[in-house]
Design a protein around this ligand. Structure first.
Ligand code: FES
Length: 486
C-alpha cells in the first residue's frame, strides 16, 4: 500500500490519524524497530534511531522508522507490512438463511477473533481473526494505557473499533437475521473499546471505570450506522487483572475440582477451581509469549512461524497459512527455544553458546532467535510459572492434587506442551494433565448467545471468586527468581 505524507508531520501519527495502523510495539519510543515504512519518492533523511536499528542497506533502499520520521516536504511511502494484519479465516460454513444468528467476539491485546453463531443450531459457523490495530500504539497493555493517558484515548478507541468492524464485515452476514452480540475482553480493552478514562487502571489501588457487564448498541460501539442494529453485551470480569475474557472461558468450561485454567497472553491469568472457590491471579508476563518484544516477533497471523521441531537432525518449521516465514509468534518462539535447549545451544542460565551469542540462531532467512529474545522469554515464563505455583500454594495444594491443567488463549492453541515443559513455563509434573483448548474467551461469548444459563453461571463464578495479589505475596518473588533458568 502506498500513501502520500504531507510536510510537517510525524509519519506514525499521520498514519494513525488516517486509520492506517502499522505495528509499533514500543509505542513510538524508537526502541523496537517494528514501525518500518519505505520512502518511494521525496526526501526523508534517516533519524538517529534509523541508524541504530536498521541496516545500512535497508536505509539506502528507503527504509525508515515511522515513529521517528518527521517530514519537511511531501513524501510518498510504501507500507510493506500489510501481511502483519492479514489473518486466515479460521472457520467458514454456509449459513441456513431460515435461522437466527448472533455475533461473538474475543478482543485480545494482540488479536481479535469474531464468530458468526447460528443461534438456532447452537453453534458457530464462521470465525475470522485480525490483528488488533492498537498494536500501532504499543504491543502491551501498559504502553497503550500510557498512550491513552497522553491524549490518544480516542485514537485507541478508533483503532480497536476499526479492527472489530473490519472483522465483522469479513463475516459477510449483512443478509442474515442477526439478533445480538457478546464481546469478551480484558478489563483494559473494555476501557479502550468504550472510550473510558484509563486513570483508574494505570496504578494502585486500581479502580477500574468498568469490569464489563454493559449493554451497548453495535452501531454506537463502532460508530457506523450501516452496521447491524443489534445489542452488544460485554461479559463481566472479576477484577482489573482477571477480566471478562477469563470469566467467559470459565463459564463455558467443565470444571472438575482442582482444575487449573491458565490463559496465556500478555498477562498470564490463572484460576484454580478448588473446593467451590475460584482462586484467581494474574502475572504481567509482557508480550514475549505473543511474539511482541522479540526481535523477529509477530502475532499469530499469516507467515508467523508457529511450530518448530527437529527432523533428521535438522530444525524444521510450520508457518500460519503455510506462508513464507516472516517472524516468530509465541508458540514458534517457545518451540525454537526448547529446540535450542535440547541441542545444547542454550545453557541452564539461558545463555547462548559463543557461536550464537552475538548474532543469535537463524531458523530461516530473517527469522532469528537472539540472546535478548531468550531473556524476554525467560522473564515471561518465570512470571507465569511463579503465578501458577503461588496459586497452588495459596490453595494449600500440591501439583499431584491438580486434576487437570487447561491452557486457554489463542497462543495456547498452538502451544506444544512438551516445549512449554522444556522451557519451564509449565511444571513437568502437570505435563500429562495439561491440554490446550484454544480460545475459551471466544467459545464463552459464542455460547452466551444460545445458552440461557450462561450468564447465571457467570454471576455464580464472580460471586465465588477470590483474588491473590502477587505484588504483596511473599513467595511470588522467590518463585519468580527460582524459575528464571531452565
Ligand atoms: S521503533 Fe517505532 S514504534 Fe518502536
Amino acid at each position: 500500500m502506498q500513501m502520500m505524507i504531507p510536510s510537517g508531520v510525524n509519519v506514525l501519527s499521520f498514519l494513525r490519524e488516517k486509520g492506517v495502523f502499522v505495528p509499533a510495539h514500543c509505542g513510538g519510543a524508537g526502541a523496537c524497530g517494528k514501525c518500518v515504512i519505505k520512502v518511494i519518492a521525496g526526501s526523508l533523511p534517516p533519524s538517529e534511531c534509523d541508524k541504530r536499528l536498521l541496516s545500512r542497506q535497508s536505509i539506502v533502499s528507503g527504509a525508515r522508522l515511522a515513529c521517528k520520521a518527521f517530514t519537511a516536504s511531501p513524501v510518498r511511502i510504501e507500507i510493506n507490512d500489510a501481511s502483519a494484519f492479514n489473518t486466515p479465516d479460521i472457520k467458514w460454513e454456509q449459513p441456513d438463511k431460515s435461522h437466527t444468528f448472533g455475533l461473538a467476539a474475543d478482543i485480545g491485546t494482540t488479536t481479535i477473533a469474531v464468530s458468526l453463531v447460528d443461534i438456532t443450531a447452537k453453534r458457530s459457523i464462521r470465525t475470522v481473526s485480525a490483528a488488533n490495530a492498537q498494536g500501532s500504539f504499543g504491543a502491551d497493555v501498559i504502553t497503550r494505557i500510557g498512550a491513552a493517558l497522553s491524549g490518544e484515548k480516542a485514537a485507541l478507541r478508533k483503532a480497536v473499533t476499526k479492527s472489530l468492524a473490519d472483522a465483522v464485515g469479513r463475516l459477510d452476514c449483512a443478509s442474515l437475521e442477526l439478533t445480538k452480540m457478546t464481546i469478551a475482553a480484558n478489563t483494559a480493552m473494555y476501557h479502550m473499546l468504550l472510550g473510558l478514562d484509563c486513570t483508574g487502571i494505570a496504578k494502585a489501588p486500581f479502580e477500574p471505570a468498568t469490569l464489563g457487564g454493559e449493554q451497548v448498541s453495535l452501531q454506537a460501539l463502532i460508530n457506523d450506522s450501516a452496521a447491524p442494529d443489534i445489542p452488544v453485551t460485554l461479559v463481566r470480569g472479576i477484577s482489573p487483572f482477571v477480566g471478562g475474557d477469563i470469566t467467559s472461558g470459565l463459564a463455558c468450561t467443565q470444571l472438575a475440582d482442582n482444575t487449573l485454567l491458565l490463559d496465556l497472553g500478555t498477562n498470564g491469568e490463572a484460576v484454580l477451581f478448588s473446593e467451590g472457590r475460584f482462586i484467581c491471579s494474574s502475572a504481567a508476563a509482557g508480550p514475549a509469549l505473543e511474539g511482541g518484544e522479540l526481535s523477529c516477533g509477530m502475532g499469530g497471523v499469516n507467515g508467523a512461524v508457529c511450530r518448530v521441531y527437529e527432523h533428521d537432525g535438522r530444525l524444521r518449521f510450520d508457518t500460519i497459512g503455510s506462508a513464507p516465514p516472516l517472524g516468530l509468534c509465541g508458540s514458534g518462539a517457545v518451540d525454537l527455544l526448547a529446540c535450542c535447549i535440547d541441542k545444547g545451544y542454550v545453557d541452564k542460565q539461558g545463555v547462548f553458546l559463543d557461536s550464537y551469542f552475538e548474532n543469535g540462531f537463524e531458523l530461516a532467512s530473517g527469522v532469528t532467535l537472539t540472546q535478548q529474545d531468550i531473556r524476554e522469554l525467560q522473564l515471561a515464563k518465570a512470571a507465569i510459572r511463579a503465578c501458577v505455583d503461588t496459586l497452588i500454594s495459596h490453595a494449600g495444594k500440591k501439583y499431584e492434587d491438580i486434576s487437570q491443567l487447561i491452557i486457554a488463549g489463542g497462543f495456547g492453541h498452538f502451544l506444544d506442551i512438551q516445549s512449554a515443559c522444556k522451557i519451564g513455563l509449565i511444571p513437568n509434573a502437570l505435563k500429562c494433565k495439561a491440554r490446550a483448548v484454544g480460545n475459551t474467551s471466544l467459545k464463552g461469548a459464542e455460547r452466551s448467545l444460545y445458552d440461557e444459563r450462561f450468564f447465571g453461571r457467570l454471576d455464580d463464578i464472580i460471586s465465588r471468586a477470590e483474588t491473590v495479589e502477587l505484588s504483596s505475596d511473599e513467595g511470588f518473588k522467590a518463585r519468580f527468581i527460582e524459575n528464571i533458568g531452565f
